[in-house]
Design a protein around this ligand. Structure first.
Ligand SMILES: CC(=O)SCCNC(=O)CCNC(=O)[C@H](O)C(C)(C)COP(=O)(O)OP(=O)(O)OC[C@H]1O[C@@H](n2cnc3c(N)ncnc32)[C@H](O)[C@@H]1OP(=O)(O)O
Ligand SMILES: CC(C)C(=O)C(=O)O
Ligand SMILES: [Mg+2]
Length: 556
């Protein structure tokens, strides 16, 4: 890279608009959406879609609720042409959906475009030509007047062809391609000239699409350009102003949002930001951003995973795991403090009587877009006590006491740090059972027990326990079941122990629920250990928890 890049790259001169209004506006409703996945998205693929792939994508777009879909550049290829024919001839276009097709301002290409559209009920014909100084000078080698003439005469031809086919409801879209680095006055001038030919009205709909063909500015500059255009365009109230941001600087979404504040009515883009170079603006992100602010986006992503799968299949490109709302990791927290806050958020939500979503770190409820809470918290060496506790609670119903969470977390931390891996749920559960029970077959498995109240108010316990050496019988007395059991263990296994902590809860909500018991015992030299027992009977669960808290072997 250059030590002084200014020798090579000139900074863009921002537009002068000191009385700009857009910074004080807020978004209150969804814009009109146009998906250009089958055109701008498609033209950016190494292997453009064949007709079956295009059809699958088309069905997906309908399912998501798109009402305007740019389906092809019919004069570009036989595939694109035939795709449009197939949609029309097989009557695949719902009455409330308008297809759009793109053409250059070249007479033969316009003819071919109309041939593709023959017999369609309604369609938008989209004409583009680049207007920026660099393109006028380098690509077209034409003056401003020549460039205006190119657009005007193509519009005349399009109008005539529309009028020659009155059975179709026609809409016309004009894009001064490269708008975002065209002189604002010239962009206005060419759009005025084109609109003078089309004569837009309610009966003759027109869309002026102002693309950020290559994103060259910060989004506020694009917003200024849009506001300037909207304020000065003579026929503003007769046209729909559309934006078409690309993402070269990574701010396509911000550009679209600020452009909407600045007066745009419509956004063109692609699902998950596919499109030329770094992509078109991502329509999923834009829609979900509105949704997260309580605004119905008029697009449906209730089954986000399915949409991702279908789009990946059609585009043959992966959706990034960190893609907003849709990536595999979009709702996942590995880090301890995030997990702790999310776990508290979910607990608070269970108690809350308001539907309001108030969740640390999660801007929307994953359930709304068909994602389970399973992937929300995952455990590795960056995780704290809450992560592992959450996974056990969600998947095994165990609500660990805080001190047990801390104890377990130390073991999880040591293991994940040592192995450098994420810990799966099954590995986590296995570690938990190894440390605390409940085992399928514990080293000391309670078989049965009897307890009797004594005249002195104490309880006499007799319990049979299966050990590796065979069945042993424990006998002890205490002022309750657990103290009797502790006395019995102390005498049978020759260990000193004291019960320091005891917790129990039911697993699940029905009356046949099982119980989980957690016990912490201290042994000599300050050693303490936890055990967990699960049983249909709470007393058996407690006794087993106590047995599971004992150290291996007979030495205490
Ligand atoms: C920003 C965008 O996404 S714009 C859309 C871009 N999409 C595509 O290009 C995909 C489909 N395109 C194609 O298949 C081909 O480019 C075609 C069929 C349209 C045209 O192919 P060709 O006739 O071989 O021309 P080519 O693609 O090289 O186009 C360049 C010529 O078109 C001219 N041109 C470029 N854009 C336009 C336009 N919008 N209107 C009129 N002429 C144009 C160029 O100045 C150049 O003219 P020249 O040959 O006299 O120098
Ligand atoms: C054809 C136009 C709208 C385009 O795709 C662009 O400018 O990016
Ligand atoms: Mg584009």
């Amino acid at each position: 890279m250059l030590p002084n890049p200014s020798q090579k790259y000139a900074a863009f001169a921002p537009i002068q608009l000191p009385d700009r209004q857009w910074p004080d506006k807020t978004l209150t409703h969804a814009p009109r959406w146009l998906s250009t996945d089958l055109r701008d998205g498609n033209q950016a693929l190494a292997e453009p879609m064949d007709i079956p792939r295009k059809l699958r994508f088309w069905e997906q777009l309908l399912k998501c609720g798109f009402k305007e879909i740019e389906v092809a550049f019919p004069s570009a290829s036989e595939t694109d042409f035939q795709f449009v024919r197939q949609l029309i001839e097989e009557q695949r276009i719902p009455d409330d959906v308008t297809i759009q097709v793109l053409t250059q301002a070249r007479s033969d290409l316009i003819e071919r475009t109309f041939a593709a559209l023959d017999g369609v009920k309604s369609a938008t014909v989209h004409l583009y030509n680049a207007t920026a100084p660099l393109f006028r000078r380098l690509v077209f080698r034409q003056s401003q007047d020549d460039i205006i003439q190119l657009a005007v005469s193509a519009t005349r031809q399009i109008r005539a062809l529309c009028e020659a086919n009155p059975n179709t409801q026609w809409r016309y879209e004009y894009s001064p391609e490269t708008f975002c680095f065209t002189e604002p006055e010239f962009a206005l001038q060419i759009c005025e000239a084109v609109a003078d030919v089309w004569e837009p009205s309610a009966a003759r709909p027109m869309i002026i699409n102002l693309p950020a063909t290559v994103e060259v500015n910060t989004p506020n500059v694009y917003a200024d350009q849009i506001e300037y255009f909207c304020r000065h365009f003579t026929r503003r109230h007769d046209v729909c102003i559309s934006v078409h941001p690309h993402n070269d600087r990574g701010s396509g979404v911000a550009s679209a949002e600020l452009a909407l504040l600045a007066g745009a009515d419509r956004v063109e883009g692609c699902l998950f930001g596919n499109g030329e170079r770094t992509g078109n603006v991502c329509l999923v992100t834009l829609a979900m951003n509105l949704y997260s602010q309580g605004i119905a986006p008029q697009l449906d992503f209730s089954d986000m995973k399915q949409v991702v799968e279908r789009v990946e299949q059609c585009n043959q490109l992966p959706v990034h795991p960190r893609h907003p709302y849709a990536g595999k990791l979009a709702f996942t927290a590995f880090s301890g403090s995030h997990q702790d806050a999310i776990k508290k958020g979910f607990h608070a939500r269970e108690q809350a009587d308001s539907p309001r979503w108030e969740m640390p770190y999660l801007p929307v409820d994953p359930e709304d877009i068909g994602c389970s809470y399973e992937a929300v918290i995952r455990v590795n060496s960056q995780s704290g006590k809450s992560g592992a506790a959450w996974m056990l609670e969600q998947n095994h119903g165990l609500v660990l006491p805080r001190a047990l969470q801390q104890d377990f977390s130390r073991h999880v931390q040591a293991k994940t740090d040592r192995e450098g891996n994420e810990m799966t749920l099954s590995a986590l559960w296995q570690l938990y059972r190894e440390l605390y029970g409940p085992y399928p077959l514990a080293p000391r498995q309670l078989l049965d027990y009897r307890s009797e109240s004594q005249a002195d108010g104490e309880l006499q316990l007799s319990a049979r326990v299966q050990t590796a050496e065979g069945i042993v019988t424990l006998q002890g007395k205490g002022n309750g079941l657990l103290s009797a059991a502790a006395a019995a263990i102390a005498s049978r296994f020759k260990m000193r122990l004291a019960i320091e902590d005891y917790h129990e809860h039911t697993l699940g909500r029905c009356s046949e629920s099982r119980s989980a018991a957690y016990i912490r015992c201290s042994f000599k030299q300050g050693v303490s250990r936890w055990g967990t027992g699960i049983d249909n009977d709470v007393s058996r669960a407690s006794l087993q928890a106590l047995l599971n808290a004992l150290p291996d072997g007979d030495a205490g």
